[in-house]
Design a protein around this ligand. Structure first.
Ligand SMILES: [Zn+2]
Length: 397
C-alpha cells in the first residue's frame, strides 16, 4: 500500500519544480514525476496505471442481460428505454470514460502530494501540423531526425499497419517510395508507403505501376490511398483528447506532444519500452531524462468500487438470503485491507488481506491461503480503505 510522508518544514519553497508526465494508452497509462535538479532531469516517481476497459464492457453486457431477462419474465421490471436520446457532445462509452476518470483521479492525487508545476501529455500519435508545415518549429523539424519518426507514425496510421503490396500484418515494415527516387519520385509523404522486407526487395527500383502490373485492383487502391491525406482527426484519439481536457481543467500549464517524439526520445537514450518510461520521455523535456538503474514503478490496477448487485444468487439464479441493506458494516466494506489476528481455532495466526465479504450481522470473511476465515468484526483491524485500486511493485528497471 503506497503512502506519502509530507515534510512540514519544507513548506516555504526549497522544493524542485516537478513535471507531471502522462502517456495514455488503451490498456495502460504511464505516469512519471520528473524533477529538475541542478544536474538535470531525473525520474523520482513513476507508475503504470492499468485500466479496467474490457471488464466494464463485460459488466454492462451482463447488466443488460439481467434487465432483459427480468423484463421478459414480466416481474414488474421497468420497460425498455429506447436509446433515442441525443448523446451529449464529447460522449464516450463507459469503458473509455473510466480510463479518463482513472487518469483524472491520479492526477489529482499527485497534485495534492507533490509540487507539480507543469504537465506534459502525449495526446497524438504524430503531429499533422508539423508534417504539413515542417518549418513550424524551426530547423529541428526540417527533414531532421524527429521528422522521420513523425512520418513513420503517420504512415502506420494511414496504411493500416500492414504491407501495402501483400497485406502482411505483424511484420517489420519499411518505408517505401511508391515512385522510386531514381525515377524522379519525391520524398513527400504522399509518395511514401509501408512494405514488408520481402515486398520492398522484390519491388526494388521499379515503379509501382510496373511492379503491380498483374494486380490492377491493388494498384488502383494504392494510388488512390497515396493521394488522400490522412485527416487531422485520425491522429487524435478521442480518449486521449478527453484525458488532455480533464488535466487541462487543473489550472496547471499543460503541453501536448506527439508519440513520434516520445519514441525518438526513448530510443536516443537507449531505454527499453515501458509505459512509465515512455511517459518520462514525453515532449521536448523528455530528450534527456535520467532513469535511475533498478528503478521500480508502482503498478496500479483499477478494480472499481464494488458492484451494484443487491442480492446474491444461488446456482439457479434465484435470490439467496435477504437483500443487502448497506455497503458498510461497523466501518468495514468489502475490499478494505485488514489484519486478522486469531488466538485459536483453525484460523489461528495473523492474516493480512482484502475483505472478501462483509455481513450485516457483523461476521466478515477474509479469504487467505485457500481458506475462508469467517470471524466476528471485532477481530479485524482496518489497515487501509478500499480506494478502487490495487498496488504492486513493478519488476523492470
Ligand atoms: Zn509485403
Amino acid at each position: 500500500m503506497p503512502f506519502t510522508i509530507i515534510l512540514l518544514d519544507r513548506e516555504d519553497g526549497d522544493t524542485q519544480p516537478l513535471e507531471g508526465k502522462y502517456d495514455p494508452g488503451a490498456n495502460t497509462t504511464g505516469i512519471a514525476l520528473v524533477a529538475l535538479f541542478k544536474r538535470g532531469r531525473r525520474v523520482i516517481w513513476a507508475a503504470n496505471l492499468h485500466h479496467r476497459g474490457l471488464q466494464i464492457e463485460e459488466k454492462m453486457t451482463e447488466r443488460r442481460g439481467f434487465r432483459r431477462n427480468r423484463r421478459k419474465r414480466h416481474c414488474r421490471y421497468r420497460p425498455a428505454r429506447y436509446n433515442n436520446r441525443a448523446r451529449p457532445k464529447g460522449w464516450l462509452p463507459p469503458s473509455l470514460t473510466s480510463r479518463v476518470e482513472n487518469v483524472r483521479t491520479w492526477h489529482r492525487r499527485l497534485m495534492s502530494r507533490a509540487p507539480v508545476s507543469e504537465v506534459h501529455i502525449e495526446t497524438v500519435r504524430f503531429d499533422t501540423q508539423k508534417l504539413q508545415n515542417p518549418e513550424i518549429e524551426g530547423v529541428e523539424y526540417q527533414r531532421g531526425e524527429l521528422f522521420g519518426y513523425e512520418v513513420r507514425e503517420y504512415l502506420l496510421e494511414k496504411w493500416g499497419r500492414e504491407c501495402a503490396y501483400c497485406g502482411a500484418e505483424q511484420v517489420p515494415l519499411e518505408i517505401e517510395h511508391i515512385v522510386p527516387k531514381s525515377r524522379g519520385g519525391s520524398d513527400r509523404v504522399s509518395n511514401l508507403t509501408l512494405a514488408c522486407r520481402a515486398c520492398n526487395q522484390a519491388k526494388g527500383n521499379r515503379d509501382v505501376r510496373e511492379f503491380l502490373a498483374n494486380d490492377p485492383e491493388r494498384l488502383a487502391k494504392i494510388l488512390a490511398q497515396a493521394k488522400a491525406p490522412l485527416k487531422g482527426a485520425a491522429a487524435v484519439n478521442s480518449t486521449r483528447y478527453a484525458i488532455g481536457e480533464a488535466i487541462k481543467a487543473s489550472d496547471l500549464p499543460v503541453s501536448f506532444w506527439s508519440g513520434g517524439r516520445t519514441k525518438r526520445n526513448r530510443l536516443s537514450q537507449g531505454y527499453q519500452k515501458d509505459h512509465w518510461i515512455d511517459a518520462a520521455c514525453v515532449g521536448a523535456s523528455g530528450e534527456s531524462v535520467f532513469v535511475p538503474k533498478g528503478f521500480l514503478p508502482l503498478e496500479i490496477q483499477a478494480r472499481g468500487r464494488g458492484h451494484r448487485r443487491v442480492h446474491n444468487n444461488d446456482d439457479f439464479g434465484f435470490p439467496r438470503g435477504a437483500p443487502r441493506k448497506c455497503k458498510r458494516v461497523q466501518g468495514f466494506q468489502t475490499g478494505d485491507l485488514v489484519e486478522l489476528v486469531c488466538k485459536r481455532g483453525k484460523s489461528a495466526g495473523r492474516h493480512v488481506g482484502r475483505l472478501t465479504s462483509i455481513r450485516a450481522r457483523g461476521w466478515f470473511v477474509l479469504r487467505k491461503g485457500g481458506r475462508n476465515h469467517d470471524r466476528p468484526a471485532r477481530e479485524f483491524r482496518l489497515l487501509a480503505r478500499a480506494d478502487g485500486y490495487e498496488y504492486t511493485t513493478g519488476t523492470t528497471g
